[in-house]
Design a protein around this ligand. Structure first.
Ligand code: PMP
Length: 348
């Protein structure tokens, strides 16, 4: 009997990737085509970011850029940080993370629990501002030697990680039947690497990216220009951007659609009660985007659509899965006010 059969591992890192493809059965009832989810919460760090953390660290080791005890630095909305913290603990490196203040407290607490040093940076400043998480990470990298800076927004290895894993997995899991890929865009690594591989197998596969209202990616794809007027604050973590990441290969993306904070949050809750999947905010984004793309006539009866669900719901308990937070945002109706009994009797 082989170790593989017993599902026995030297450490958690060999569990990264090979995530399941799961059919959606109820939530897509009124859509045209068949829909499958690439369920990235099944990675040991509960998100797709495990793939890039492992790939980039392995490459740095191979190239002699890391020795035991060195420091790994990154900017992260949370998931990449968790994956790096997990990998650095297992491999024996230090981990320092510059995190956006938009990240949920759950995520920040998780990173600290995993042993990372966390610097929380304001989300509402320009990328070139010295307080932004990009600039904070860069200056820490300059100060701390020896260290490497993962720099996921501008690292070609982010794309390569998905080109070598997510793309081939989806191709095999669908036995080449996939017609459309739907994926969220943050750094763009997931969609770009997966799409590059899939388009090499079949250039007719349509690649559909989801962006946020408040982000510049969709307009840049359509016009080739960064329009600063598109930028305003929004709630979804890990989606969209106020700059153009080089980890996005816009040439392999056929079309973008933009989603709102409210519809995506409600959709994440709908996924839980229709499919039994407890997934993160951007899984709601991906599903909301899929509904919009269906309404825009992207799919027909022969469509075989793969939608990437990037992470697990447990990281959003104080946000989209808190009724209080949802009401504060105006995403759920407030409870009707209790009628004052005395006053009610007086008016009878
Ligand atoms: N969803 C979540 C929760 C994320 O953290 C990210 C990464 N920013 C994405 C989606 C988008 O993935 P990518 O960076 O590969 O575009």
């Amino acid at each position: 009997m082989s170790d593989e059969y017993l599902n026995t591992h030297e450490n958690l890192l060999t569990l990264i990737g090979c995530t399941p493809l799961v059919k959606l059965n109820r939530i897509t009832e009124n859509l045209k085509g068949q829909f499958y989810v690439k369920y990235e919460a099944n990675n040991p760090g509960h998100s797709a970011k495990d793939r890039i953390a492992l790939h980039i660290i392995n490459k740095a080791e191979k190239n002699g850029l890391l020795k035991p005890g060195d420091t790994i630095i990154e900017t992260t909305s949370g998931n990449t940080g968790f994956s790096i913290a997990m990998a650095t603990t297992i491999k024996g490196y230090k981990c320092i993370l510059a995190v956006s203040s938009k990240s949920s407290q759950d995520k920040i607490d998780l990173l600290k629990t995993m042993g990372a040093e966390v610097h929380v940076c304001p989300s509402d400043v320009a990328p070139e501002d010295p307080r932004s998480y990009y600039e904070v990470a860069k200056s820490l990298h300059q100060k701390i030697k020896p260290s490497i800076y993962i720099n996921q927004y501008f690292n070609e290895l982010n794309i390569e990680a998905h080109y070598l894993s997510t793309g081939p997995e989806i191709w095999k899991q669908t036995q080449g039947k996939i017609t459309h890929l739907v994926a969220c865009c943050g750094t763009g690594g997931t969609i770009s690497g997966t799409a590059r591989y899939l388009k090499e197998q079949n250039p007719n596969i349509k690649i559909l990216g989801i962006d946020a209202y408040g982000s510049v990616l969709k307009k840049y794809h359509e016009t080739g220009k960064l329009d600063k007027n598109e930028i305003y604050p929004y709630k979804i973590e890990g989606l969209g951007k106020n700059l153009i990441p080089t980890a996005t290969d816009f040439s392999v993306i056929d079309k973008f659609t933009k989603v709102t904070d409210k519809e995506s949050a409600l959709m994440a809750r709908k996924i839980a009660v229709t499919e039994g999947m407890f997934v993160g905010y951007t899984s709601g984004v991906a599903m909301q985007g899929t509904y919009q793309l269906d309404a825009e006539g992207e799919f027909d009866e022969n469509s075989y659509v793969v939608v990437i669900f990037p992470d697990h719901g447990s990281r959003y308990m104080s946000k989209i899965y808190s009724d209080k937070w949802m009401k504060t945002q105006g995403f759920l109706e407030p409870e009707p006010k209790k009628i004052n009994k005395k006053l009610n009797n007086l008016t009878k």
